[in-house]
Design a protein around this ligand. Structure first.
Ligand code: NAD
Length: 373
């Protein structure tokens, strides 16, 4: 039976990609090995993994050597040599960090990166980006509310009435929509902007106002993602956002374009025009940020405005994120075990396959590398 190993994520990344319930689901299809303490900081004990039929392994090296399929969230490079066929499954972000590819270019190594899962109905259960996006949008609102000097809902008390906070959400994809929904539940008045006009109805259905700017380019072939816009259009957007940001108590930015630097939506000048005490949470920080002043994982204060750029905000809700990711990973693994022979022809397996037998094979990754050279 195939042996699947689950690595413990390092440092502040408190989540795991396979929960005990996930291990239980794979029982009978695979032997599950779990690095000791892999789930501990997400609230899953070693005893729970053992009860689900998994075997605990003491070290990362031992786990990697003993597994055929190695599961992780990010990269875990080993110092020691690994032999035999190994399939690495993770969220490896090669479109943004192709330099990591070199570590997998060994005969017998295969790599599937789940951030490349196509946004199709068939692959919906495996959509790790939606899982991470949902939690990130939710968590960004809580972070902003906690840092804000004002309350979010309207509160009427003996001392008077506190008006509801004004939120501006930029990028209304999975994370942005979850941010809007969460802010609305807290009682905020929300405005949102996205370059995809298709998001207007979704924004409005959550009770937020959609900010319209004429002249965006929608590309239907982009698989639901945004495409790069002209500089003239982006300038018009900035002028409009400048006015909106000046009114906002909180700005949450989530705009991204796969494989590209995140678009600059909030300039330094706009931040200088914001109210003292306002908060910006830029969850595009890991790919360059939407705010000119964002510094990844640092708190920046400018003109009494707080700018936060968390790069792994999903880790702070580790239990919930792990629950969602584990379901995504199990769905992918079950699919792979069933369709493994069609590695290069199946749409889901071929889209996620980045390294095959040590060779870089993914069209999207290769195209980006070619463009960079
Ligand atoms: P994402 O994380 O790549 O980007 C976040 C948002 O930023 C997107 O809505 C994008 O349009 C927006 N954006 C990009 N450039 C911008 C700019 N200059 N100004 C303002 N906004 C900008 O996207 P995502 O959240 O992962 O999802 C993108 C789309 O895919 C959404 O329509 C979503 O509903 C869809 N989706 C489909 C499926 C499925 O069919 N299975 C699953 C998940 C998401």
């Amino acid at each position: 039976m195939v042996r699947i190993g689950v690595l413990k994520e390092p440092g502040e990344r408190r989540l795991t990609v396979l929960t005990p319930a996930g291990a239980e689901r794979l029982k009978g299809q695979a032997e599950i090995l779990v690095q000791r303490d892999a789930g501990r900081s997400a609230g899953f004990t070693d005893a729970a993994y053992e009860a689900a039929g998994a075997k605990l392994v003491d070290s990362k090296e031992e786990l990697m050597a003993a597994s055929d399929i190695i599961l992780s969230y990010g990269h875990h490079h080993t110092t020691g040599p690994l032999s035999g066929g190994k399939t690495f499954i993770g969220i490896f972000n090669f479109l943004w960090e192709p330099q990591h590819l070199a570590h997998y270019q060994h005969p017998g190594f295969h790599v599937h990166s789940l951030d490349l899962i196509p946004r199709s109905t068939l692959a919906q259960a495996m959509d790790v980006l939606s899982s991470v996006g949902s939690i990130s949008g939710y968590q960004a609102v809580l972070l902003a509310a906690e840092r804000s000097l004002a309350t979010v809902p309207m509160i009427t008390s003996a001392g008077g009435t506190l008006r509801p906070a004004k939120f501006l959400v930029m990028g209304a994809g999975v994370a942005g929509l979850q941010a809007i929904a969460t802010a609305r539940r807290l009682g905020a008045v929300v405005k949102a902007y996205d370059v995809r006009t298709a998001s207007k109805e979704e924004v409005q259905s959550l009770g937020a106002t959609f900010i319209e700017v004429e002249g965006s380019v929608d590309d239907q072939s982009a698989g639901g993602y945004a495409t790069e816009q002209s500089e003239a259009f982006l300038q018009r957007v900035r002028e409009r956002i400048h006015e909106e940001a000046a009114q906002a108590d909180v700005v949450i930015t989530t705009a991204r374009i796969p494989g590209k630097k995140a678009p600059l939506l909030l300039t330094e000048e706009m931040v200088m025009g914001m109210k003292p005490g306002a908060v910006v949470v830029d969850i595009a920080a890991a790919t360059g940020g939407n705010c000119a002043l964002t510094e990844p994982d640092r708190t920046v204060m400018r003109n009494e405005v707080t700018i936060l750029g968390p790069t792994s905000i999903e880790s702070s809700c580790a239990h919930s994120t792990s629950f969602l990711l584990s379901n995504n990973y199990v769905a992918f693994i079950e699919y792979m075990l069933k369709h493994g022979e069609e590695l290069e022809t199946d749409p889901i397996l071929s889209s996620t396959l980045v390294v095959k037998d040590g060779r870089s094979v993914n069209e999207r990754v290769l195209a980006l590398q070619a463009a960079a050279n």
